[in-house]
Structures are given as structure tokens and as C-alpha cells.
Write a protein of this length. Structure first.
Length: 166
């Protein structure tokens, strides 16, 4: 069974645009269920991106996600190093700003790819980012996944793959 590792935009876009907490509570009930079942997880860097904002989403996460939901990334430095080497090898394509942002130790994207790299046969990244290989100003998660054969999907595709309805 695949484990889905969710990007911060999984939460943020749902909260702000697609499934606001006060309008679509069934979505959030499903997220809580999937988290409790271990079907979805995330990493500490995503937690930081969410918890940096003092809003309803942070409060919902604190109140509803299990303690083990956000995984520690300290033990994946070797995988992170591989992602860093890949990004640096693309310095002729991406702008220095794009590289610096992607490799910022507090940003989740490179760490998500590194986390998936530790078990790419069983981990799928869930992100709303779309592949745009021609873009030079930002390294998108799909671009970093492709050379490592890491699977990525958006929220709706994840829900389809695990046959969830609500």
C-alpha cells in the first residue's frame, strides 16, 4: 500500500480555496480519518510552513492530526544530499533565486522529495504543483520527482487511488 506524503499546499489550498473548514467539514473529517489510518502523512518542514501562520488551519491541525503525522527529517540527510546534488546540477536551467529557494533548509519541497526518495516504491507525494519544465524561476516538486522516479499526484487523484468518497 502506498503512503501519501502531503505537501503544505494540500492543506493551504484546501483551507483557503477549495474546502474551507467552515463550509466543507466533510473534507476535513476525511483528512483526519486518513491521517489516523496512516494513509496520509507529512514531514516536519510542512508542519513549520503551516504552523508559521496563526490561523484556523494551524488550530485544526493541532486539534485533529495524530502526534506521529509530521515525520522528522533529521534522519534523511543522505537522501536530501541527493536532491541537493540534482538541483545544483540544474543550475544552468534554474535561476539562482529558484535554487536558493528550493534548497532553503526551512522550505519543505526538497525535503518532501528526499523523504519520498527513502522509499520511492511505497511513497507518493501529494501536491498541487504541476510539471512545468520550461519554468526557470521556481523548481516545482514534479520536476524534482521525475529524475528520481518518484510518484506524485494531486489531492483528487490521491482520493481516487485510495477509493475514498465523502
Amino acid at each position: 500500500m502506498s503512503i501519501y506524503v502531503v505537501d503544505s499546499n494540500f492543506f493551504i489550498q484546501a483551507h483557503r480555496f477549495n474546502y474551507p473548514l467552515d463550509i466543507v467539514p466533510s473534507f476535513w473529517t476525511k483528512v483526519k480519518q486518513l491521517a489516523n489510518e496512516g494513509k496520509i502523512i507529512s514531514i516536519d518542514k510542512v508542519k513549520k510552513e503551516i504552523y508559521d501562520h496563526q490561523d484556523d488551519l494551524k488550530q485544526w491541525c493541532e486539534d485533529n492530526l495524530p502526534d506521529h503525522f509530521f515525520k522528522d527529517t533529521q534522519g534523511i540527510i543522505t537522501s536530501y544530499g541527493q536532491v541537493v546534488m540534482w538541483a545544483n546540477s540544474r543550475s544552468g536551467h534554474y535561476s539562482p533565486t529558484a535554487l536558493a529557494e528550493f534548497l532553503d533548509a526551512d522550505e519543505a519541497d526538497a525535503w518532501l522529495v528526499a523523504y519520498a526518495l527513502t522509499d520511492k516504491a511505497n511513497i507518493t507525494i501529494v501536491t498541487h504543483e504541476k510539471s512545468q519544465p520550461e519554468v526557470r524561476r521556481k523548481i516545482k516538486i514534479p520536476e524534482a520527482c521525475l529524475p528520481f522516479n518518484i510518484t506524485f499526484v494531486d489531492t483528487i487523484e490521491m482520493l481516487r487511488q485510495i477509493n475514498e468518497r465523502f
